[in-house]
Ligand binder design. Structure first.
Ligand SMILES: CC(C)(COP(=O)(O)OP(=O)(O)OC[C@H]1O[C@@H](n2cnc3c(N)ncnc32)[C@H](O)[C@@H]1OP(=O)(O)O)[C@@H](O)C(=O)NCCC(=O)NCCS
Length: 158
C-alpha cells in the first residue's frame, strides 16, 4: 500500500469538477451527507497543512485516485475545526484516518492552537468512538444540524 499517501490539497473550490464529484459521492456513501458541487466549493478550507487528501497514486490524476479527505480550518483564535473527514469504505480501519488525525494535531499544536472541534451525526457512533479515543467529548447537541436527524458538537484539547 506504499502507493497510497496523504497529500496536501488545494482549496475545495479549485479542485477539478470530477474530483469534487468523487468527494461528493464519498460523503453520500460513507456518511449519508448530501453536498452539491456548489456547497463543496463553498467550504472555507484554506490551502494549509490541515487540508489533506488521501491519494491512490496508481489512479492519479483520475477522480478515483481520491480515496480520503480531511478538511480542517482555523476556528476562532485558538481552535481548529474539522469540516469534513471521510475515507472510502475499503480504506477505513487501516490506520489512515488516525495518521491524518495525528498530523493535524501536530501542525495545530505547532501553530499554537489549543482546541479541536467538529460536528458528527448522533447515529454515527463509530466516528464518535474514534474521536473519544482521541480526547474529544460531546459538548453540545445540534437538533437540526443534519437533514436526517440530530448531530453532536464534539470538542477536545490539543
Ligand atoms: C471516521 C474515519 C475517518 C476514521 O478513519 P479510519 O482510517 O477508519 O480510522 P483508523 O483506522 O485510523 O482508526 C480506527 C480504529 O481502527 C483501528 N485500527 C487502527 N489501525 C489499524 C490497522 N492497521 N488495522 C486494523 N485496525 C486498525 C484502531 O483500533 C482504531 O481504533 P481507535 O480509535 O481506538 O484508535 C473513517 O472510519 C471514515 O471515513 N468513516 C466513515 C465516514 C465518517 O464517519 N466520517 C466522520 C464524520 S464526522
Amino acid at each position: 500500500m506504499s502507493n497510497i499517501q496523504w497529500m496536501y490539497g488545494d482549496e475545495p473550490k479549485s479542485l477539478p469538477d470530477d474530483w469534487k464529484e468523487k468527494i461528493q459521492s464519498m460523503f453520500l456513501n460513507e456518511t449519508g451527507e448530501e453536498y452539491t458541487l456548489e456547497s463543496l466549493s463553498n467550504l472555507p478550507i484554506p490551502k494549509w497543512s490541515g487540508n489533506m487528501l488521501l491519494i491512490n497514486q496508481e489512479e492519479y490524476p483520475a477522480p478515483e485516485s481520491i480515496v480520503g479527505v480531511l478538511w480542517a480550518l482555523p476556528h476562532e483564535i485558538n481552535g481548529v475545526r474539522i469540516a469534513a473527514f471521510v475515507l472510502d469504505a475499503e480504506y477505513q480501519s487501516s490506520g489512515w484516518g488516525g495518521k491524518a488525525w495525528q498530523h493535524l494535531i501536530e501542525i495545530s499544536r505547532a501553530a499554537g492552537k489549543s482546541t479541536i472541534q467538529l460536528e458528527v451525526k448522533a447515529e454515527n457512533t463509530r466516528a464518535q468512538e474514534f474521536y473519544k479515543a482521541r480526547g474529544l467529548g460531546v459538548v453540545r447537541h445540534l437538533p437540526h444540524y443534519y437533514k436526517s436527524g440530530i448531530g453532536y458538537e464534539m470538542k477536545g484539547p490539543l
